[in-house]
Design a protein around this ligand. Structure first.
Ligand code: ZN
Ligand code: ZN
Length: 344
């Protein structure tokens, strides 16, 4: 079968590999869609300390069960499934308290285990043990189902930032994650949603699809947001961009008792920002992070897609065969697409 393996930064090879066999407690799936995101771009350029090469990449996975290993019950050949990316251990203090996104022993598909840029792949017993395989509802395609994983992360972020009824929400960054944030905020009853980006072209493409109440672009984004919110500021500001400047701006455009989600992480070598602590103090701001998603978030994301609360099919702008996965990752890196999905 064909796979796309990471060997080193700048060295990802599409090559032949033996078809895997499902061991005890495992499931083998035929991958139908594995979508790409900024994480794949980061890995392709810089590698990742959790990836020991060679490793099949791809973590936004949907497919059809091809083989059920010994001792696995509840699943059958031909079942259509979506798979989690972040695998909590299920046993530590955090996991037992239901805080699976911050499990210190978390592993990931495409990092510790071979991922979805392959014709076939194995779902480890560990994934099944934490309920990490979801049946794809009737009427939801494989490509849409593969977007449940990033939507699950977005859902975790908005739960932590308590996005709710009537909130003015600012999303900084108009990539696929920013677009999902706009759609999810709407479905949670947000009042107005404003979309910010420094890349005018990408902002226009995204706004055409997800229709924010206004777009914000330019040097004075804080002032523009204050003007749009009658000087109150935004109830929730979400930074869906790896930008310290965006995080600093987010703090300055938050309303009293506002919540700021540092959804996107910063580069490892430059993670320090300036924060006026008195803004946080007097305005009673809450700053929250976001680290992936739990199995439960994945299941809920799939339901939100299935019942139409968060449509995703129109966000999938490119569909490419596995042989063109490098081109797909490049398209994402250049910011020319919303969502690129690979169809092995
Ligand atoms: Zn991703
Ligand atoms: Zn754990």
């Amino acid at each position: 079968m064909k796979v796309a393996r990471f060997y080193a930064p700048g060295d990802i090879r599409v090559e032949e590999a033996p078809e895997p066999v499902a061991g005890p407690g495992e499931i083998k799936i035929g991958v139908r869609n594995c979508s790409t995101c900024g994480t794949d771009v980061k890995i392709s350029r810089h590698g990742h300390h959790h990836i020991r090469p060679p490793r099949v990449m791809g973590h936004e996975i949907a497919g059809e069960i091809a083989e059920v290993g010994q001792g696995v019950s509840g699943w059958a050949t031909g079942d259509r499934v979506q798979v989690i990316a972040a695998i909590p251990c299920g046993r530590c203090q955090e996991c037992r308290r239901g805080r699976m996104t911050v499990c210190p022993d978390q592993e990931s598909m495409g990092y510790h285990y071979d991922g979805g840029f392959a014709e076939y792949m194995i779902i480890p017993a560990k994934v099944l043990a934490v309920g990490g395989v979801n049946r794809i509802p009737e009427g939801v395609g494989f490509a849409e189902a593969s977007v449940a994983e990033p939507l699950a992360c977005v859902l975790n972020g908005q739960e932590l930032a308590r996005v709710g009824e009537g909130d003015d929400v600012v999303i900084m960054g108009s990539g696929p994650i920013g677009c999902l944030h706009v759609r999810l905020a709407r479905s949670r009853g947000a009042g107005r949603v404003f979309l910010v980006d420094i890349n005018a072209e990408r902002l226009e493409m995204a706004a055409g699809l997800v229709r924010p109440d206004a777009v914000v672009h330019g040097q004075d984004v804080v002032e523009q947001v204050l003007k749009l919110t009658e000087d109150r500021g935004a109830d929730v500001v979400i930074t869906a961009a790896a930008s310290g400047a965006a995080q600093e701006q987010a703090l300055r455009m938050a309303a009293r008792q506002g919540r700021i989600s540092f959804f996107g992480g910063l580069p490892k070598d430059n993670p320090i920002i300036g924060c006026d602590s008195n803004l946080v103090h007097y305005r009673e701001l809450t700053i929250v992070g976001a680290n992936g998603s739990s199995p439960a978030h994945n299941a809920q994301a799939l339901r939100l897609i299935a019942d139409g609360s968060v449509p995703v099919s129109d966000l999938i702008t490119h569909r490419l065969p596995l042989a063109e996965v490098l081109e797909g990752i490049d398209i994402v890196g250049r910011g020319e697409a919303i969502k690129v999905t690979i169809e092995p």
